[in-house]
Write a protein that binds this ligand. Sequence first.
Ligand code: KG4
Ligand code: ZN
Length: 349
Amino acid sequence: MNASKLPPARILGIETSCDETAAAVVENGRTILSNVVASQTELHAKYGGIFPEVASREHIRTIYTVVEEALEQAHMALSDLDAIAATRGPGLAGSLVVGLNMAKGLALGSEKPIIGINHLEAHLYSAWLQVDDEDEPLDEPEFPILALIVSGGHTELVLVKDYLQYERLGGTLDDAAGEAFDKVGRLLELGYPGGPAIQEAAKNGDKDAFKLPRAWLEETWNFSFSGLKTAVLHTVRDLESKKKNNPLPTADLAASFQEAVVDVLVTKTRYAAQEYSVNELLVAGGVSANRSLRANIAKGAPGRVHIPPIELCTDNAAMIAAAGYYRFAHGQRDPLDIDALPTWPISEL
Ligand code: KG4
Ligand code: ZN
């Protein structure tokens, strides 16, 4: 698919796969006309993680206002749109259906087509979005691309051959990278979500203070982070039993943990790029907001490295609208009875 030859289109994106209620209007998969995200983080922080039923009910409460605001900020009515794209999966079933049903209602009322979007695929297209305050033209990724999608629910290595053409090389066998950050964040009593909190704590820590294990899973492109998480738990217990009244060296633990995760992610991504003779790297998903990962993947990379700006790394609807644009241009139109797909792998696209 040659992107410069694609017809222009304005897409409304809706995202409710997890704990962000989001809506955005994007033109031609690139220009963000509005991007509204209502985060439920504070609501879930008191539970130390996402509470699915609380999430879906909060989506119900918020979705209408969020969509209204996205249209308003874009100065658009539904009639100005070409299609409505909503996340179909993967994600929490009860959360997905809220956004999907909202999209169906809007599609029915406005007689616009609806397009169901894979959330992982959408994270990739955040790298094609042009952010308003960027003076420089977008450094547009060129195919083939070796992509690492790292989020709270997924750690995936994907060879992106062209728009909408993917070969999944591997993924996590247990915890996702973001999930490991969240669990270790809880263990170190840094709060939820763990990723940003660990990054913050790690600033003042020594990354070599603790030797933590790396699961290389050689000969595969898979990952595993549960052993690392358990190793942090054992280290904490050990420290607590040895020096009863001393405070935990939280900064050193956070830095050593972050280093272990980043080391595995960067090394395997680089090897995969070499193996598949790909020069362009793309990192997306919530964990790609991590400063250490961003800095390290850029070092010694074979060619260009594309990482979305921080605000587009975590869940948003601009990326859903962007993916919706390529699917729309490709001719995809979904029926109004599409169901949510809570475990939809990128390999099935
Ligand atoms: O993509 P995302 O917003 O939601 C999912 O699709 O899962 O990713 C959320 C994940 C959380 O696990 C969060 O802890 C992690 O991304 N995260 C980070 C950082 N910011 C968010 N992990 C490491 N460092 C960060 N700065
Ligand atoms: Zn996500």
